[in-house]
Design a protein around this ligand. Structure first.
Ligand code: GDP
Length: 459
C-alpha cells in the first residue's frame, strides 16, 4: 500500500519545519517543527537543556556557533500534541531574516521543509481530527465575517462531524438489520415488510434533505452578498461606499458623472461578507462614450448582484413614484431593491421619504439600518447561521450521493416487492460509505492531496 500514498505520508518519520506566521515584519514570528526527529532538531538549535512536555522556556537559538535570536520554545511530546507527534513551536522576534535563519538551522539539523497543510495532514493521519475538522482549519483562516468564522470554529470543534454521524448511525443500524437476515437466513429474524422498509428509508432521507437544503440556503452567507449601489449621478453613491468602508476609496466630486467605471470592495454587513459595487450614475443624457460605457457596465453589475441599493438624493426628492419600481423598470432587474434616501442631514422634513431608509453618508445616520435591510433582502436571517455555513461543497456532493442511494433503494422496494433485501442492503452500504467519506474514512489519496494542498505552508 505504501506506494499508493502521498510522498508526504511515506516520509512521516521525518521532522518537518515551516514558518507559521505570515511573511513581513511583526512583533513576533513562529516556526513549527514536528515529527519524530523533533527532539534532535530542538537539541541542536536550542541547546542541551532537556524539554518538559507543554512547558515554554526561553532559549538562545543558534545555527552552528552563530546566535540567531532569543526565543520562547514550547515543546509538546507525542502523543498528547495537536498533531499526535512531537511538536516544537519557536516564537521569535518577527523578522523574516530571523525566521528564515531558524528554518535553515532546523533543516541543517535534519528537518525538511513542510509541504502545504502537512502539519494538519499529520493530525488527520494520526487520528487527532477527522477530515471535516482538518478542512475547518483552512476555512477558519479564510473566513470572512463573524458568522463564517463562528461556523468554522464549530466545524473545527467537531460539530459538523457530529451531525454527519447522527445522520449516518441509523443507516448503519438498518443495514445491520438487513445483513443479519441475509447472513443468517436460518435464524428466526423476522423480515421487514415493504411498508416498514419504506418508512425506515424515508426516515433516513429527511436529515440528508435537511442538510442539503441548509447548504443551498447558505450559499449567499458563504460567498457573500453582491451589493450594487445604483442611482442618479451625484446622489452620493461614492460617498456611501466610502462611508460603508470607513475609508476613502471612491472619488467624491460635486460634478455629476465622476464615477465612470464600477468599483468593487469587500466589507461586512451584520457579520456577512459583502462585495460592494459602486456603479456609474444612471443618467439618460450621458455626455461622452466613456460615461456611456460606465453606464453599460453599471447595468451589467446590477443584473449580476444579489441586492441593489438605490441611492436617492433626499434633498432633491419630492415623493411620488416608488423608486424601487422605477429602478426595476429602467434596468430590468429581478433582485431585491433597498431604497436609501441619502443626504438626510440636508432636510428637515422626512415625510416624503416613504418606502426607503433615511441615511447620510456624511454623518453616518442610518448606515446600520441600511446594512440590516440589505442582509434581510438577501434572505439572510439569524436563523440561517447554524448548519448552512458548516457544510462545504465536498460535503454536499457526498450527501447527494447518499441521498441518491437511499432514493434508489426506495425505488427497488417498489419495483421488487418482497424481494428487495439484497439490493437495498447494497444501496445502504454505498450510502454509509459516502457519508463516511465526509469524515475522511477511506478517502482516496488524490482527494486528501487535493484538500491539503490548498492549505498554506505551516498549517
Ligand atoms: P455619486 O455621483 O452618486 O457617486 O455622488 P458622490 O458621492 O460623488 O457625491 C456627490 C456630492 O454629494 C458630493 O459633493 C458629496 O460631498 C455630496 N454628498 C454625498 N453624500 C452626502 C450626504 O450624506 N450629505 C451631504 N450633505 N452631502 C453628501
Amino acid at each position: 500500500m505504501a506506494q499508493d500514498r502521498h510522498p508526504a505520508e511515506n516520509r512521516m518519520i521525518d521532522a518537518i519545519v515551516a514558518t507559521a506566521t505570515p511573511p513581513g515584519r511583526s512583533a513576533l514570528g513562529i516556526v513549527r517543527v514536528a515529527g519524530p526527529g523533533t527532539r534532535d532538531v530542538a537539541r541542536v538549535i536550542l541547546g542541551e537543556q532537556p524539554f518538559q512536555h507543554r512547558q515554554a522556556t526561553v532559549r538562545l537559538a543558534t545555527h552552528g556557533n552563530h546566535p540567531i535570536d532569543q526565543v520562547v520554545a514550547l515543546y509538546w511530546e507525542a502523543p498528547e500534541t495537536p498533531i499526535g507527534e512531537d511538536l516544537l513551536e519557536i516564537t521569535t522576534h518577527g523578522s523574516p531574516e530571523i525566521l528564515a535563519a531558524i528554518v535553515d538551522a532546523a533543516v541543517s539539523a535534519g528537518a525538511r521543509p513542510a509541504e502545504p497543510g502537512e502539519f494538519t495532514r499529520r493530525a488527520f493521519t494520526n487520528g487527532k481530527i477527522d477530515l471535516t475538522q482538518a478542512e475547518a482549519v483552512e476555512t477558519l483562516i479564510q473566513a470572512r465575517g463573524h458568522r463564517a468564522r463562528r461556523a468554522a470554529v464549530d466545524r473545527l470543534n467537531g460539530e459538523f462531524s457530529r451531525i454527519v454521524r447522527e445522520a449516518r448511525t441509523p443507516v448503519l443500524d438498518l443495514l445491520c438489520l438487513l445483513e443479519a437476515r441475509l447472513d443468517h437466513p436460518d435464524e428466526d429474524i423476522p423480515p421487514l415488510t415493504d411498508s416498514e422498509i419504506f418508512s425506515a428509508l424515508d426516515g433516513l432521507l429527511s436529515p440528508l434533505d435537511r442538510l442539503i437544503a441548509a447548504h443551498d440556503r447558505g450559499r449567499i452567507e458563504r460567498d457573500g452578498i453582491r451589493v450594487c449601489l445604483a442611482g442618479k449621478p451625484n446622489a452620493g453613491k461614492s460617498s456611501l461606499l466610502n462611508a460603508l468602508l470607513g475609508r476613502d476609496r471612491a472619488i467624491v466630486a460635486p460634478t455629476p458623472g465622476t464615477t465612470r467605471d464600477t468599483l468593487e470592495e469587500h466589507a461586512t454587513f451584520e457579520g456577512l461578507p459583502v462585495l460592494l459595487v459602486d456603479t456609474a450614475g444612471m443618467r439618460a443624457n450621458a455626455l461622452d462614450p466613456t460615461e456611456q460605457e460606465g453606464i453599460r457596465r453599471a447595468q451589467q453589475a446590477l443584473a449580476g448582484c444579489d441586492v441593489a441599493v438605490l441611492v436617492i438624493d433626499a434633498s432633491q426628492w419630492v415623493g411620488g413614484t416608488l423608486p424601487a419600481e422605477e429602478l426595476a423598470h429602467r434596468v430590468r432587474i429581478d433582485q431585491p431593491v433597498v431604497v436609501a434616501f441619502n443626504k438626510s442631514d440636508l432636510i428637515a422634513d422626512r415625510a416624503p421619504l416613504t418606502g426607503g431608509i433615511a441615511i447620510s453618508a456624511k454623518t453616518g445616520e442610518g448606515l446600520g439600518a441600511l446594512s440590516l435591510a440589505v442582509a434581510r433582502a438577501a434572505g439572510c436571517s439569524d436563523m440561517d447561521q447554524g448548519e448552512s455555513l458548516l457544510i462545504g461543497a465536498r460535503d454536499r456532493k457526498a450527501l447527494s450521493v447518499a441521498k441518491a442511494e437511499i432514493s434508489a433503494a426506495r425505488s427497488d422496494v417498489l419495483a421488487h416487492p418482497g424481494r428487495w433485501e439484497d439490493r437495498v442492503a447494497g444501496r445502504l452500504r454505498d450510502a454509509h460509505a459516502s457519508l463516511g467519506a465526509i469524515l475522511g474514512e477511506g478517502a482516496p489519496d488524490e482527494v486528501l492531496h487535493a484538500i491539503f494542498s490548498r492549505f498554506c505552508v505551516g498549517k
